[in-house]
Write a protein that binds this ligand. Sequence first.
Ligand SMILES: [Zn+2]
Length: 455
Amino acid sequence: MTPPPEQPPVARPLGPLDSVLLRGVRVLGQGATDVRIDSGRIAAMGPGADDGTAARRVDVSGLVMLPAFVDLHTHLREPGGEDSETIASGTRAAAAGGYSDVFAMANCRPVTDTPRRVESITDLAGRVGACRVHPVGAVTTGLRGQSLAPIGGMARAGARLFSDDGRCVDDPQLLREALLASREAGTVIAQHAQCPRLAGDGQINAGPVADHTGLPPWPAVAEETIAARDVVLAAETGSPLHICHVSTAGTVAVVRWAKQQGWPVTAEVAPHHLMLTDRSAAEADPLYKVNPPLRSAADVTALRAALADGTLDAVATDHAPHPAHRKANDWCHAPFGMLGLETALSVVAEVLVTSGGGPDWARIAGVMSHQPARIGGITALAGRPLRAGEPATFTLIDPEADWRVDTGELHSLSTNTPFASMTFRNRVVATAVGGRLTHDRIDLLPLTAEKEPRR
Ligand SMILES: [Zn+2]
């Protein structure tokens, strides 16, 4: 077996976790065991791990260890939106949420639509990031949907995923050309499936809550028609297509059908669509305004089932920070979007459960780590199995945390989370990337240890 490759370190770890024995940890939620970490790797796991060589032993009894998470859909806002988030703050939020890697969406100002802009985000993240950042390239120049951005050049600069997210690539011929260019580059197109004509000026899921609030309705077919069209284009071009933030039962059916045909289609779902319905928006509080909108209870049921049976491959946060004063506008003038990074695990652990009712930890590792790493083409780095010899890239979860979400404690610069003041049982308490701690609520680093200087 060839050893996994060396991993680039994150720019701003809290400190190294070296020659440490974690005692009583539940790897993938299984029975308590010991894990020894040395030189950035998992040195040993299981009954023989405590061979007396570890310089320090830490009792973490009851905590669950999962491979650190990968987010295919993060809005870090920098450059251009630093009043809502920066690469530094957004990656701190990611580390606090258990993430080792995030894919940073292209709808910055300026848009990430050239190789140089891909490199500049990579460079900045390499200096200030608390997790690894993978820039997403735009599909079309300026996200304008008119001409193809230089997909091959951006791929050579390191982009693995391409998306006009926030906008749909509406022109089918342009999307077809993008799929062909992406296939040539060995990358993936991620579509924000939303027909602009059918969505119109929609603000809220079409249905009783739209009728009650009088807000313009946003029909499910706006998403489903684009999804149906695009899986056919993926089949015809033989090029991988990823569907962003699936929100309706109809889109689930389209994805299921495409997979049954063996077409190269993957899909993600956001935590808020797995837990909240449009009824949350009955008071027209813009905190619940998101694109695509919160849907019906029947849609939530279909999304949960599709995540459990593998139709939906990944959970992706669509972390979309906005300054408080902009979210405080009336509904129609407030921006779309919600925070996601710091609450994703807590939400998913409540909705992805075994028949016994507890979190299905192995499947959570699949949808939050292994599968997003595979879709994003970073399996050499992230979403690796937890076993001896692998990089010590993991997250620790307290399954009895009883955590009440306090926006004052969040690491994001923004506070627009619909989960504020909600209580969750499971909470991420520590994250390590290649043996370096990036988040630590439980003092895994001894207080006396010399912490790495913060640059
Ligand atoms: Zn989107």
